[in-house]
Write a protein that binds this ligand. Structure first.
Ligand code: AMP
Length: 473
């Protein structure tokens, strides 16, 4: 409240009175509601207007690539029954064990904020009888996910993912094409990513492998951290992506899953790799890549930045794999499927680190300056006419004097300013001022849209043409 501050400034300096700091109403994570202002929850963030240019670039690129590969958009609910995720992602996983936002809704049902959207896409595939449609059913989505993980660089509790899911076809070309699509998205954004790839086979060959892996780590149990001991017991496959130094060393002599793949799994994997070679997408075999979720089978992959961008090096920008059993787990008919998800915050962060900063929207080329209420009334109609003509117009409705309005127009860097005073309203005219030369001309208000468009096309050709297409009234 600026007027209050002003009043205070006039008062004589008060004698030193020690004021108590307003007590913060802290929760167990140290988040507070201090005085009258609310702070963000930890791990949550605002995506501000100044960041939207990069977000738009990422969203638009994903959308255009999805469309060029004939993927259809699907929007899935943020809230689902909690057992949808518990049953599919798996009991021993970090997501289900400690990261889900689960609560009881007013109808006494256990619901969860979605931690990912593949399970929801599979649910939608079943709920809408998509198995009857021509296969594969290819869908993409973009929206927020929620995981109550420990926040750190590139890890939030609400984060956005764009996902691509292909249902109904078991052929390895589907896996390869999805990897190519992910790779294309990064390439179009100017990001150099590495594709890491592995196969975790079918649940049968994985079971045999896991018996062997558990036996191996049991021999070294006393060297393992408490966390890894727990992993070994609950979800031994996760030993492969343990971050513990000791475990990573032990892994070098541990049995490798690729040696345990059955013939069909091996053949599937080889074909995926051959397809990638065919389209010259380079990949790196990573025998320790398993991905966190239970529903994966056969191919698993991740996209990691090649370039060093500080806090993001090492972290995956996206990942996915085949999940042939998922639809069946949810009560549908057996349906092979494959997909991947990209982390938008991390991609945006990588672009920021590279100095990519596109404008959030094309800047306005015209400014409307008004003097008086009659001019404002005419102005409102003019704005609509300009919008229909595809010309964006800026204003400073908070200012009344012409001087202030022209200063605002200058700051915005517009090419032309339209000036409408009482006299012009009575005459049915309007002034067009060229901001560079300062030249002004009085024109018929009915012709102003056409004239402005002509001037801009003459001077700014490309900029104007690239504005959002407009439906003519
Ligand atoms: P996931 O579903 O865990 O395989 O995640 C796919 C991608 O989403 C990851 O590669 C990250 O880029 C992104 N991601 C996952 N968790 C988070 C998070 N907590 N905060 C930000 N991005 C995330």
């Amino acid at each position: 409240m600026p007027f209050k501050r002003k009043a205070l400034a006039k008062e004589p300096a008060p004698k030193k009175v020690l004021k108590e700091e307003p007590k913060k109403d802290l929760d167990e994570e140290g988040e507070g509601k201090s005085g009258k202002t609310f702070e963000l929850l930890r791990g949550f963030r605002d995506i501000l207007p100044e960041d939207q240019g990069r977000w738009n670039l990422v969203r638009d690129t994903i959308r255009s690539i999805a469309e060029s590969y004939s993927f259809d958009r699907i929007d899935l609910p943020i809230l689902e029954r909690s057992d949808l995720f518990q049953r599919t992602i798996g009991k021993g996983t970090d997501i289900v064990e400690k990261e889900m936002y689960v609560f009881t809704d007013p109808s006494n049902r256990s619901v969860a904020l979605r931690p990912e959207a593949t399970a929801s896409a599979a649910r939608a595939y079943i709920s809408h009888g998509m198995i009857e449609r021509p296969q594969p059913v290819k869908m993409w989505y973009l929206g927020p996910m929620f995981r109550h993980d420990r926040p750190q660089a590139g890890r939030y509790r609400q984060f956005y993912q764009a996902g691509f899911e292909s249902f109904g076809v078991a052929e390895p070309i589907v896996d390869a094409q999805l990897i190519v699509i992910g790779h294309q998205i990064f390439k179009s954004l100017g990001l150099d990513v590495k594709v890491e790839i592995n196969s975790i086979g079918t649940s049968e060959c994985r079971a045999a492998y896991l018996t062997e892996l558990v036996a191996y780590f049991r021999q070294h149990r006393n060297k393992l951290s408490e966390d890894d001991k727990r992993r070994l017991q609950k979800n031994p496959l996760r030993m492969l992506d343990s971050k513990e130094e000791v475990t990573r060393e032990l892994l070098q002599s541990a049995p490798q899953i690729l040696d345990w793949l059955d013939e069909t799994s091996k053949e599937h994997f080889m074909k995926v790799l051959e397809f990638l070679e065919e389209v010259e997408v380079s990949y790196q075999l990573n025998p320790y890549l398993v991905r966190g979720l239970d529903y994966y089978s056969h191919t698993v992959f991740e996209f990691t930045l090649q370039e060093d961008v500080g806090d993001l090096s090492q972290s995956a920008l996206g990942g996915g794999g085949r999940y042939d059993g998922l639809v069946e787990i949810l009560g549908g008919r057996p349906t092979p499927a494959c997909g991947f998800a990209l982390g938008i915050e991390r991609i945006v962060r990588a672009l920021e680190a590279k100095g990519v900063n596109p404008p959030e929207r094309p800047p306005a080329l015209v400014f409307f300056a008004q003097l008086g209420d009659a001019a404002r009334r005419v102005g409102l109609k003019l704005f609509e006419e300009f919008r229909q003509a595809g010309v964006s117009v800026a204003e400073a409705f908070g200012k009344n004097a012409l001087k202030g309005q022209l200063e605002a127009a200058n700051r915005m860097g517009v090419r032309l300013t339209l000036i409408l005073g009482q006299k012009e309203v009575l005459d049915g005219t309007i002034i067009i001022r060229d901001m560079e030369s300062g030249a002004q001309e009085i024109v018929d208000v009915k012709k102003v849209v056409g004239l402005v468009k002509k001037k801009l096309l003459h001077e700014e050709g490309v900029a104007l043409q690239s504005q959002t297409p407009v439906v003519e009234a």
